[in-house]
Ligand binder design. Structure first.
Ligand code: PEP
Ligand code: MN
Length: 441
């Protein structure tokens, strides 16, 4: 279709109403002059790793908070999340017998789409919380007022988090044997974790074997870890984009991988337009209402050159929908010849309100959605490329079930998320062991 008769781009959804446009413009100008957070070569490396996933030669794991917050951006919290994702990756590598590409929902996940513009508590209505980069979660008029200065804080927090990640992943702290020693602790220190004893021992033997075969010690000691967040607030993402004057290629330097959410995925929308302008590897959520023909349109827009590793479709159907809704979408996209990566987000279709009013998810639903995702891919002969999980490294009580034994009545004990309920450390590791067993079968 020629540009003349392309449908007009619709205006961006889910953008806040800034009280002071002049202030936003000043902040955007400031962001444009700041150094990039990630670099083009790193984004290209991730595309290359994801190209392996698209060929069925690797597995893609994304994990982290629903919404990062400035307050929880401590060294301990960042390390705990990173450790959890790395521990999961070791377990999955073994089950899948494939390398795992590791990406955090971290160092920039400060923007949240909301189903409603307002939140009402006890008859009082205030603007919804839209992520720490926009407003504060506290339920007061001042806290909920969108403040452009928060975009600068989001940049600085992302920078500090990235600094920790870069050090942690290179200084030997993430040595594979050490990461697996944490897994052994997990298995040994919880009664119910013991059911994974055999798998943990098998991994031990595999690591010892690799070592004895002279595996590169650098590969043991350092780890490739990439960052990702939802590219929601276009003023921020555009301000963080940089065009290389030699190649003319533009990268969004706020993260290595950016995805488009369920509420903003429209082939003619402003978000799709922005995503198609950047060279980073990108993702798009696909929910149960997605029409296969629309998904194909989106894929054509986001991956016009059929580049392996460029585009990941993140299926978030909800348990009970996968077997019916996912196959026609996969079939339509496969027919189009685009080498997309298929990833399962088993979180966002499975949120429910508990009796106490807190949002929660059942561990068993999360696991069942992944199981059905694998079944569909096995039936169609396509590669179940990975999973995208909301998790934390702390012992929170936000999701129900699993060996951690969190029950509905326990939810208020440590319910700390600023947005959606996350798997706690034990639930996240249990998920990795269970999925690893599924993959091994
Ligand atoms: C999210 O990933 O936190 C999210 C809001 O997901 P979705 O766009 O799939 O609802
Ligand atoms: Mn979420």
């Amino acid at each position: 279709m020629s540009p003349q008769n392309s449908p007009a781009v619709t205006s961006a959804k889910q953008q806040p109403e800034w009280p002071d446009a002049g202030e936003l413009n000043r902040v955007v100008k400031e962001l444009k002059a700041l150094p990039p957070l990630v670099f083009a070569s790193e984004c290209d490396l991730l595309t290359q790793r994801l190209a392996d996933v698209s060929r069925g030669e690797a597995f893609f794991l994304t994990g982290g908070d629903c919404a990062e917050t400035f307050a929880a951006n401590t060294a301990n919290s960042v390390r705990a999340r990173l450790k959890t994702v790395l521990q999961m990756a070791v377990v999955l590598t073994y089950g899948a017998t494939l390398p795992v590409v590791k990406v955090g929902r971290i160092a920039g996940q400060y923007f949240k789409p909301r189903s409603s513009n307002e939140e009402t508590i006890n008859g009082i209505s205030l603007p919804s919380y839209r992520g720490d980069a926009i407003n504060d979660v506290a339920f007061t008029p001042e806290a909920r007022r969108p403040d452009p200065q928060r975009l600068i804080r989001a940049y600085k927090s992302s920078n500090a988090t990235l600094n920790l990640i870069r050090s942690f992943s290179q200084d030997g702290s993430a040595d594979l044997r050490m990461v697996h020693a944490w897994n052994r602790d997990f298995v040994a220190n919880s009664d119910s974790g013991k059911k994974y004893d055999q798998l943990a021992k098998d991994i031990d033997r595999a690591l010892a074997f690799m070592h004895a075969c002279g595996a590169d010690p650098v590969e043991f000691r350092s780890v490739e870890f990439f960052t990702a967040h939802e590219a929601l607030l276009l003023d921020y993402e555009k301000a963080m984009s940089r065009t290389d004057y030699v190649t003319g290629r533009t990268y969004d330097t706020s993260a290595h991988f950016l995805w488009m959410g369920e509420r903003t995925r429209e082939p003619n929308g402003a978000h799709a337009e922005f995503m198609s302008s950047i060279q980073n590897p990108i993702g798009c959520k696909v929910g149960p209402k997605a029409d296969p023909a629309d998904v194909v349109k989106m894929v054509q827009k986001l991956d016009p050159d059929k580049t392996p590793g460029r585009l990941t479709l993140i299926s978030r159907m909800g348990v009970g929908n996968v077997l019916e809704k996912l196959p026609p979408i996969i079939e339509a996209v496969e027919k189009s010849g685009h080498p997309v990566i298929w990833v399962c987000d088993p979180m966002h279709g499975n949120t429910r309100e508990s009796a106490s009013g807190l949002k929660t998810r059942e561990f068993s639903d999360v696991l069942s959605e992944i199981k059905d995702f694998f079944t569909v891919h096995r039936q169609l002969g396509t590669h179940p490329g990975g999973m995208h999980i909301e998790l934390t490294g702390d012992d929170v009580t936000e999701c129900i079930g699993g060996i951690s034994g969190v029950m509905e009545k326990d939810l208020p004990m440590r319910y700390e998320t600023a947005c959606d309920p996350r798997l706690n450390r034990v639930q996240a590791l249990e998920l990795a062991f269970q999925v690893s067993e599924m993959l091994a079968k």
